[in-house]
Design a protein around this ligand. Structure first.
Ligand SMILES: [Zn+2]
Length: 260
């Protein structure tokens, strides 16, 4: 019987129907590509929170509306980290209200991509060698983060980091005390991205590919002064043994971003 295969094939078809890309808005964020220092000043209204360059990431833009500028005038950019197993289902069915309620119930996002790139939020995956050649040139590790827009009135709480990182600077653009936003949602516990009245909408898939473990990047050094463990997808999804990573860090092993 091939019923299982047929079912999973149908599921794949459904995925392709429902995720719509918008490649003309794909961007590489880095020096020599799309790049700016400090808050972006481009006369676009992104609400009362600044938009900083997500250096080292590539955005795969999702098609959410034909009237992007009109729909999102005054909406802020934020990020939501996710584990690979959940990423697609989030894109398809929306963001689920968090069960871990440090700052109250709701959807947790951050204005800092550096913060959500911590492996507690965004799984790090080693790319197997056969896939490496096919899809990612010579990249060895990949992470992804959802880029979202939220209406500022929907941010019900702005709060401090929750990764025991109070002794370090996570992101030089954003203070540790305002690095978590909780998005309030009414009645239901899942936000449907296809709902035109949703307070938060996923507008892009941010992907970072590196030639070595991203824990060796300069912007990841705060991890070693925060919570960091070896528990895997239950907690910090490092994609490498923590002791091995620390050894490579001691040896000053390099890590470079790969822009495909
Ligand atoms: Zn952990």
């Amino acid at each position: 019987m091939f019923l299982g295969d047929i079912v999973s094939f149908k599921k794949q078809q459904k995925f392709r129907d429902e995720i719509s890309l918008h490649p003309q808005w794909n961007r590489i964020y880095d020096e020599g590509h799309s790049y700016w220092n400090g808050a972006l000043q481009d006369n676009r209204d992104r609400g009362n929170h600044a938009y900083f360059c997500p250096i080292g990431w590539k955005r795969h833009s999702l098609h959410v509306t034909d009237n992007f500028d009109g729909k999102f005038k005054g909406w802020c950019v934020c990020y939501h980290g996710t584990k690979f197993a959940y990423g697609l289902s989030i894109l398809l069915s929306g963001l689920k209200s968090a069960n871990a309620i440090e700052h109250g119930s709701g959807i947790y996002v951050s204005p800092s991509i550096i913060y959500v790139a911590h492996p507690r939020y965004s799984e790090i995956k080693r790319i197997e060698s056969s896939d490496q050649e096919k899809f990612f040139k010579k990249g060895q590790y990949i992470q992804f983060v959802l880029q979202c827009r939220v209406h500022p009135d929907s941010i019900k709480t702005i709060a401090h980091e929750t990764l025991d990182a109070s002794k370090t600077t996570i992101d030089s653009n954003i203070n540790n005390d305002v690095i978590e936003w909780v998005i309030g949602i009414k009645n239901n516990d899942i936000i449907d991205f296809n709902d035109p009245n949703a307070p938060i909408v996923c507008t892009g898939l941010m992907i970072r590919v590196t030639d070595n473990h991203p824990g060796l990047l300069a912007e990841s050094q705060w991890w070693y002064e925060s919570h960091l463990c070896n528990r895997g997808t239950d907690c910090c999804a490092l994609g490498i043994d923590l002791e091995e990573l620390k050894k490579q860090k001691e040896e000053n092993k390099e890590c470079n971003i790969i822009h495909a």
